[in-house]
Every structure is written in C-alpha cells, then in structure tokens.
Design a protein around this ligand. Structure first.
Ligand SMILES: [Zn+2]
Length: 360
C-alpha cells in the first residue's frame, strides 16, 4: 500500500480542454474494422455523460449513472459520487468551499485513508477507493467514515460523516482441474527470474508519484463492450489427481480476479481510460505485453496481454489514446484485455470509473 504525501495541486490542463472541444464537434460514426487503423489519429466519438464529463464510448456500452451523496459542513459542501456505494467501486469527491473560504490545508479521509485532492477554481476534487476487501465485514450495509480534519485541529470544524456501504455480490466460479495434466507446475529458474524482474519493474512503476493528470475526458478501453470475466470474481479450482481410475482431491486453489476481462480478438485496439503518463510499456511474465499508465494522485491503470505496444515509457497519453493491440501474451488461455485500476494501491472496478461525473 502506498502512503502518498501529496496535498493539493493546481489545474494545468487548459490546452487539453480546448483540444477536447474540437473533438466534441466530430460527428459520431460506427466502428468498422477499417476504422481500427485510424484509431491512433482519430479517437472514437465523445459522448456527454454528465454536465461536465465526456466519454469516448464503445459499442454496446452505456455507463450507469452515478449515485450522489451530499454532506453539509459549516465551511463547505461535500459531494461524493459512485456508480454504487459498494466495495470495489472507485468514488469521486467534490469539495465546494463556502464563499471566501480557503480549504488548502484541510485534510479529507475515507475509512482513515487520506484522499488526495486537486484544486480548481470552483473547489477541490479527487478519487478514493471503496476497498473490495471491506465486503467481508459487511452483512447488508455498514457505515464508514468520511472525515474532515481542519488545520490545527479546530475541534468545532472537525467532522465525521457516515457513508453507508452496501454489500457487493461478487461472482464465484468453480472449476475442476486435473492437476496431473499440469504436472509441470514447477517453474524453471529462468521463469522465476522473469517473475522477479517483472515484480521489480511493476513496483518501480507504481512508486512514481505525481500530481493529478485526470481531466473531464475519459474513455472506454475498447471499441465494443463485452465483459468475459467480472471484477473481483472468485475462482475456486478443485484440484485432483487420478490414481487407478479414482479422483484424489487436493487442497482447492482460490484466486480473486483483481481486474476486468474484456472480449478482444487478436489485434483489436486498446485505449487509455484517462489521461496520464506511461510508466511501463514492456513484456512481463504474467501480464505479457503490458502498459501501466500513471494518472497522478496514486491512480494507475494497467492493460495486459497485448500483441503489440503502441506507446513507450515516459510518454504522455490522453484519454482514448491507442496503447496497443490486444493479444494473448503472458499467462493466458486466449486473447482478451485484462484491465486493472488502482487507487492508493487498492484495486477497484474500472467500469465504475467510467460512470464518474468528473469535472475540471
Ligand atoms: Zn483478467
């Protein structure tokens, strides 16, 4: 888990806003295979999904509207948005100061983890994770605290607001596996070296801390929408070996899917979901050809198993930028896109991100 120490950052995306305005005026078209090749220069059409937010969409995808909670503090109004207030969802927060109030030195946290905010001319905004790990603590619903801490701990301005989180219904699948078939489960020295190298490179990538780069334009990662494996689904592998025609069961293996799988035939375009800087673009043992984008304020998106990369490390990318072409590199059984999103090191559902009414 990262414990970033950044506080507030000022906006610096005026040029981006102008660029976006030009794109909005393009007429929406349909996505045909031939349009794949122009994807790099001509992004998908932009749709307005809230009064401030533009989404570069995908066929068969309409983002669910987000839910909103409002809290009234003597010096500010706080609005919190999420597709659903359940574990595993990314949440978006706006803090609007009362006339003339400066809240630069206020601290905000959810469930005791600091929320990093960015300053705009209308107030402050940021993102925080509703950790999927909370689900085990919740029977039906449970309150977690959103805290406002003033500088100097002025007691009368210190407030706690309960945020009701509902239990999520994560998907569980059971697979029976003949481990005799996979006898070669021991990894070779070379493979172990590749795994260790990948681990180091990833932790280096996640260690890059920068100010916010997310603006009001976000993008679906594909040109059409089809989920093949949902977020946080639990896969239970009942493993057995055959001995004399009898199945001898071993300890089941449980794995949790910390991302989202999208259908993506070999060579299909993969797009950045938000603006940011590429902090990793190379082949790793498990992820195959992988791109990690740093969106600032400890938010990272990860795109795995690509056949070809179209960006390089340190490159700045806008939402909707072609990152690569889908494939089946790394430890997979077929071509698809595995997309993961982390906020403060906590995995969240990337689909929830596409519902947030982000503004600049
Ligand atoms: Zn996956």
């Amino acid at each position: 888990m990262m414990t970033p120490k950044i506080k507030f950052f000022h906006r610096k995306n005026i040029k981006m806003a102008l660029f976006g305005a030009l794109l909005v005026s393009l007429t929406p078209g349909s996505f045909t295979p031939s349009s794949l090749f122009s994807a790099e220069t001509l992004p998908k059409p932009w749709l307005k999904i809230s009064s401030h937010t533009l989404l570069s969409g995908a066929r068969d995808f309409t983002p669910q509207p987000s839910q909103e909670l409002t809290f009234h503090h003597p010096l500010m109004t706080i609005r919190v948005y999420a597709r659903k207030f359940i574990p595993g969802e990314p949440a978006y927060i706006e803090v609007i100061p009362k006339e003339g109030e400066n809240l630069d030195h206020y601290q905000f946290s959810f469930h005791e983890i600091e929320i990093l905010l960015t300053r705009y001319d209308w107030g402050y905004r940021g993102f925080f994770p509703i950790s999927p790990y909370l689900n085990d603590q919740i029977k039906k619903t449970k309150d977690y605290m959103l805290e406002v801490t003033p500088p100097g701990h002025l007691a009368h301005l210190e407030k706690k607001y309960p945020l009701s989180i509902y239990k999520a219904n994560f998907f569980t699948s059971r697979t029976t596996l003949n481990v005799g078939k996979y006898a070669r489960s021991e990894k070779t020295r070379q493979e172990l070296r590749q795994i260790e190298e990948g681990r180091k490179k990833k932790s280096q990538a996640y260690a890059t801390l920068t100010s916010n780069m997310i603006n009001n334009k976000i993008s679906h990662p594909r040109d059409f929408h089809y989920i093949t494996s949902p977020f946080w689904s639990k896969r239970i592998y009942a493993r057995y070996k055959k001995k004399g025609g009898k199945k001898i069961y071993q300890k089941p293996r449980v794995s949790i899917h910390q991302g989202l799988d999208f259908r993506a035939p070999e060579g299909a375009p993969i797009y950045a979901i938000a603006s940011g800087r590429v902090v990793l673009a190379e082949k790793l043992y498990y992820e195959g050809n992988c791109v990690i984008v740093n969106h600032g304020n400890a938010i990272f998106s990860v795109y795995s198993h690509m056949s070809e990369l179209k960006v390089y490390q340190h490159q700045y990318v806008r939402a909707g930028r072609l990152l690569g072409l889908s494939g089946e590199t790394g430890q997979v059984t077929g071509p698809h896109l595995h997309l993961a999103l982390y906020i403060n090191g906590v995995p969240v559902n990337p689909l929830g991100f596409l519902s947030l009414p982000i503004r600049n």
